[in-house]
Design a protein around this ligand. Structure first.
Ligand code: HEM
Length: 156
């Protein structure tokens, strides 16, 4: 008697275990880079708040480090945007992460400019909002399920 053989490398295949549903994502290396960048960006935003706290409690040197942290964060969020574009090129349904990360890029530019002009009333809450957004992006990046078989020929 013949038994049906289920293809193991289908990109649309879902995990039958409860709670493990969802579609696989092509580009395991890009997924890994997205995770690393999201964790680094979250760590830098947390550090920014800590450095600001040290500065306002009297350690004036911390302001230089806070400025440097802002530059590092700007580079990280641009790298996140680039990886989101690369991920979208391999998985056309992943459009919203690009839009979300673009918003974070714009907020980071805004918070830099507000910091430069010492407009702390908006600088601080927007800085905290970036922190929350990066925490959400860490969750998103770790919830992605990289495809075990990366069918290069199916990339669109
Ligand atoms: C998350 C991204 C952030 C970026 C990119 C950023 C960037 C900056 C920049 C460029 C400055 C000006 C530094 C200088 O004058 O040399 C600044 C100042 C400052 N930032 Fe931030 N910041 C961020 C988050 C935060 C957060 C979360 C807080 C507080 C909760 C904060 C509090 C401050 C304070 C107190 C100053 C000093 C303003 C002054 O000179 O009186 N920043 N920031």
């Amino acid at each position: 008697m013949e038994t049906a053989v289920e293809p193991t490398n289908s990109p649309a295949r879902t995990d039958p275990r409860p709670g493990r549903g969802g579609r696989e994502v092509r580009g395991p290396v890009i997924v890994l880079v997205s995770r690393v960048l999201a964790v680094l960006a979250l760590a830098v935003t947390l550090l920014q708040a800590a450095l600001a706290g040290l500065f306002v409690t009297g350690d004036v040197e911390m302001l230089d480090r806070h400025r440097l942290g802002g530059t590092v964060l700007s580079v990280l969020v641009l790298a996140q945007l680039l990886t989101a574009v690369l991920l979208w090129r391999r998985n056309r349904r992943l459009r919203w992460p690009m839009a979300a990360i673009l918003a974070v890029v714009l907020l980071t530019a805004l918070v830099q400019s507000l910091g430069d002009r010492r407009l702390l009333g908006w600088h601080m809450p927007i800085g905290m909002a970036i922190c929350a957004a990066e925490a959400a992006l860490v969750c998103w990046a770790f919830l992605l399920r990289p495809a075990r078989h990366d069918d290069a020929g199916e990339a669109r």
